[in-house]
Design a protein around this ligand. Structure first.
Ligand code: SF4
Ligand code: SF4
Length: 205
């Protein structure tokens, strides 16, 4: 896990200091020097077509010092952590860990791709439901996600997806009534608060 270190900014488009910073501060970044650019990771990735740069290209861009392009990429947020790339990498590069930590670095640095994408909105709504109920309530967390676009768009999105909701209700995959909760949600929140506190201290927020 990266420590509280400021990302260097030379103001140059190709900033080799960024590659050094990634090697030294990003989880798994020290293994990037092992990458031989074979492309097995990108070729194995089931979600590669949804990424603006596959992992192989992103690693090349890190080496080239393309800080802004790397940290503005949607690659880290579209990765599903399936680990196919890790299993297939012939050089043992922990691709998934590197992507996860780069996403965290970009979020901390305020890159909009990290905070304003659909994935980021969805993750926030998911966390909200988990924190509130100890589980996902499909109805509430979906509507919370829709609401992140504003009330007008939320209603339109809800109406557009109504047939799916009705099918889920019909097949008893979604229930009507109060949200189901796990026992001990108060204890769960204390655990999450503590985890957040530890993470903030580690990251120097
Ligand atoms: S599979 Fe491994 S060695 Fe090949 S490009 Fe991806 S990270 Fe580099
Ligand atoms: S872990 Fe991420 S980058 Fe690797 S194959 Fe799966 S989705 Fe693609």
């Amino acid at each position: 896990m990266a420590e509280a270190t400021t990302i260097p900014d030379s103001g140059r488009k190709y900033d080799l200091g960024f590659a050094r910073w990634v090697y030294e501060n990003v989880n798994g970044g020290d293994k990037l020097s092992m990458c031989m650019q074979c492309g097995a990771c990108s070729g194995s990735c089931p979600i590669g077509t949804e990424m603006d740069h596959g992992p192989r290209k992103l690693f090349m861009m890190i080496r080239a010092g393309m800080k802004d392009e790397v940290l503005s990429s949607n690659t880290m947020y579209n990765c599903t952590s399936c680990y196919r790339c890790v299993v297939r990498c012939p050089r043992g590069v922990p691709v998934t860990y590197i992507l996860q930590d780069l996403g965290r670095v970009a979020a901390r640095a305020g890159y909009p791709q990290a905070t304003a994408t659909d994935n980021a909105r969805f993750a926030k709504a998911f966390y909200w439901s988990t924190r509130a109920f100890g589980r996902t309530d499909e109805r509430l967390f979906t509507f919370k996600y829709y609401l992140s676009f504003g009330i007008g768009k939320a209603i339109k999105m809800a109406m557009a997806n109504m047939p799916i909701a009705l099918s889920l209700l019909k097949t008893k995959r979604m229930h009507i009534g109060a949200p189901h909760k796990i026992k001990g949600t108060a204890e769960l929140r204390k655990i999450l608060d503590k985890a957040e506190e530890i993470e903030k201290a580690k990251q120097g927020f």
